[in-house]
Ligand binder design. Sequence first.
Ligand SMILES: Cc1cc2nc3c(=O)[nH]c(=O)nc-3n(C[C@H](O)[C@H](O)[C@H](O)COP(=O)(O)O)c2cc1C
Length: 172
Amino acid sequence: MSVLVVHESHFGNSRAVAEAVGAGITDGVGADGGVVVVDVTEAPDALPDDLDLLVVGGPTHAFSMSRAATRHDALSQGAEPGHEARGIREWLAAVAPSGVRPDVATFDTRVTKVRRLPGSAARAAGRSVAKHHLGTLVDSASFFVEDSPGPLAPGELDRARAWGRRLATRRE
Ligand SMILES: Cc1cc2nc3c(=O)[nH]c(=O)nc-3n(C[C@H](O)[C@H](O)[C@H](O)COP(=O)(O)O)c2cc1C
């Protein structure tokens, strides 16, 4: 099973979730299932033709996926430099689809305190997947941070790993 996990992260939380999801997928498919986890700034310009599952995730910024302006806001709030150029919004809009339509799952991180607010980068990413014909959306999930820079709320990495395992085994 060929799997690509693409993450955007400014404070490291979505990256940690992506790595846990990747580990969960490996739990599900076994160590020989090619699971690649990559930062969106280094993600491929075209989806591989043998791709079975694409997972895309990043932080919720201003109720949706990040934009250049919100990424600069993150930087001014102490985020790691080097992640301003491209977010998952821009990557999803630009990446070339593959010949086969992979399953696609999207995730986001967002703040526990405002979890009742409607905005979710995962849902926005799901809409972008459909708009750009990148594959079949099979699931979206949110994982929670305690505050903007983190940390992740207790248990979220375990939940992310379990979600990855479910994604890998859902077609069995
Ligand atoms: C500019 C900016 C806007 C944000 N807007 C929201 C928001 O609308 N809803 C929310 O729950 N969290 C919001 N957050 C908090 C982010 O979701 C949080 O920083 C992110 O989940 C951390 O993940 P990361 O370490 O992968 O960047 C915002 C953060 C920044 C920097």
